[in-house]
Design a protein around this ligand. Structure first.
Ligand SMILES: Cc1cc2nc3c(=O)[nH]c(=O)nc-3n(C[C@H](O)[C@H](O)[C@H](O)COP(=O)(O)OP(=O)(O)OC[C@H]3O[C@@H](n4cnc5c(N)ncnc54)[C@H](O)[C@@H]3O)c2cc1C
Length: 459
């Protein structure tokens, strides 16, 4: 039997269990409020639990796995002391007020995203050069650059042009390089763009390149949670340990008029007046609904759940990269991508992992996209001579095949996104980043939790 299948036998066992415990499938309101049941211990589910408890409303959360946090996953094992890798949620953008508030509440400081911090190590005419400001650049390096280009670090030249340009139409026939030349990119600037853009500007469409560069520019303003993103979920979980059941996958949801019954993998039934399904779309669609699927699920029949970003990270000796003249920045906006290994203190810019060149090559490996972390590891080993002698670790989760996640992002048909009252049906309330105005972000998980909790408290 696969993890997700549920049999008639399970159902009958559960119904028998209900009879024994005196619960009925229809359920009735007792004198005491029954706990709200929450399915899913990712950030959304934990935030719902936290807010309900704060409002004095009893709640109980079921998490399928032993680990809480879902798509927030910070890796530390096997890395050099003080380093960590984020395999899931990491960047907190300026407008992510909910994450910022929660971090403040939990006393977790935010530190600047280290992507654009630190010195730039660059190999030029056989010399290793170190830059901090554009004015540090030696004259023989800036000769031939335009005035605009001289205001930028060489590795940011493509951003300089992107920032000044109007948005491009998706069907613009030009390559990125042609577009940059049309904007005035100098011959010397071209060398830098080729060397430092996250994708090959000749083989990337202008519009796609512009989108990537804009995200890169935006990333420069973002922050991360000091010590790791999982501090958010760990702190929430610690606050409510008594109200969390780990290793309890829910398989079946029996929907009554005023109550719902959850059947877990052992066939145990849990009854509540309100059930919050705080799940990504994949697992949500895999639940077995009785007597039938809620109406709102049909809205997402066309959805494709994909592992949009797969993270592979390599732990390498910084000396080896330094010897190769690779700058200590990791460009991560094209996938497949390297995961950032963040020193606990990033402010000095001495990130230990320096893999820009590796990542640039990775970005060209179109065929490796979306094939999973293992495939990327194979390709890395075969195709990147640079890495042959280095230890490459493939870790983190293969989000695509994990049945609890089913992909990092969910693409849904236009027009069917966004929180709406329709997401509540009878006793069921939906939460989770996938159903928020910020899909693919931790902010979305919190926003969805806010909507779900206000729905419950209002009723
Ligand atoms: C690779 C990657 C990179 C990302 N980068 C960023 C970023 O830089 N910044 C950012 O803000 N966000 C980022 N995100 C997105 C962010 O991590 C997610 O939006 C957010 O964590 C989702 O939280 P959630 O609670 O909605 O869902 P999830 O975290 O997926 O939680 C769902 C939980 O439900 C559990 N579950 C599933 N099925 C069942 C069941 N049947 N019964 C019980 N439990 C079940 C799962 O085990 C999981 O714990 C990234 C995500 C990924 C994967």
């Amino acid at each position: 039997m696969t993890y997700w299948s549920s049999s008639r036998r399970d159902f009958l066992k559960a119904v028998a269990g209900l009879a024994l415990t005196g619960n009925s499938l229809a359920g009735t309101r007792g004198p005491l409020q029954r706990p709200v049941l929450i399915v899913g211990g990712g950030l959304a589910g934990l935030a719902v639990l936290d807010a309900l408890q704060a409002a004095g409303r009893p709640a109980l959360l079921f998490e399928a796995s032993a680990r809480l946090g879902g798509r927030i996953l910070t890796l530390r094992d096997g890395l050099q002391p003080g380093l960590r890798a984020e395999a899931g949620g990491e960047q907190v953008m300026q407008n992510h007020q909910r994450v910022r508030r929660l971090a403040g509440d939990l006393r977790i400081p935010l530190i600047d995203y280290p992507l654009l911090e630190g010195d730039l190590l660059f190999r030029h005419r056989g010399r290793m050069l170190r830059f901090r400001l554009p004015s540090d650049l030696p004259a023989d390096l800036t000769d031939g650059l335009s005035a605009l280009e001289k205001t930028q670090w060489p590795h940011r030249l493509h951003l300089a042009y992107t920032e000044h340009a109007e948005p491009l139409a998706d069907d613009d026939p030009r390559s990125a390089l042609q577009w940059l030349r049309d904007l005035g990119l100098s011959r010397r600037g071209e060398t830098f763009v080729r060397a430092f853009a996250a994708v090959d500007p000749e083989r990337t469409s202008a519009a796609h390149f512009q989108r990537i560069a804009r995200r890169e520019a935006a990333g420069g303003n973002s922050q991360v949670l000091a010590g790791g993103s999982d501090r958010l979920t760990e702190a929430l979980a610690a606050r409510h340990a008594q109200s969390i059941r780990r290793n309890t996958p829910i398989r079946t949801v029996v929907i009554g008029e005023h109550s719902a019954t959850l059947l877990d993998a052992d066939g145990v039934a849990h009854v509540a007046d309100r059930v919050v399904l705080a799940l990504p779309l994949g697992p949500l669609l895999r639940l077995d609904y009785r007597p039938g699927q809620p109406r709102w699920l049909a809205r997402w029949d066309e959805a494709r759940v994909v592992a949009h970003e797969l993270k592979v990270h390599a732990q390498v000796d910084p000396q080896e990269f330094a010897a190769l003249g690779i700058r200590p920045h990791i460009m991560g906006f094209e996938f497949p991508r390297m995961t950032w290994l963040l020193p606990e203190r990033s402010a000095n810019g001495k990130a230990l992992l320096s893999a820009a060149a590796v990542n640039r090559q990775l970005a060209r490996l179109q065929e490796a996209r979306l094939r999973g972390v293992q495939a990327m590891d194979r390709v890395l080993r075969q195709r990147l001579p640079l890495l042959r002698s280095l230890e490459v670790r493939t870790r983190g989760e293969d989000w695509m095949s994990n049945p609890l996640i089913g992909g990092a992002y969910t693409y849904v048909p236009a027009g069917s996104r966004g929180p709406s009252p329709a997401l509540r049906e009878g006793p069921l309330v939906l939460a989770g980043a996938d159903f928020s105005a910020y899909p693919g972000w931790m902010e979305g998980a919190l926003q969805s939790a806010e909507v779900a909790v206000s729905e419950i408290l209002r009723a």
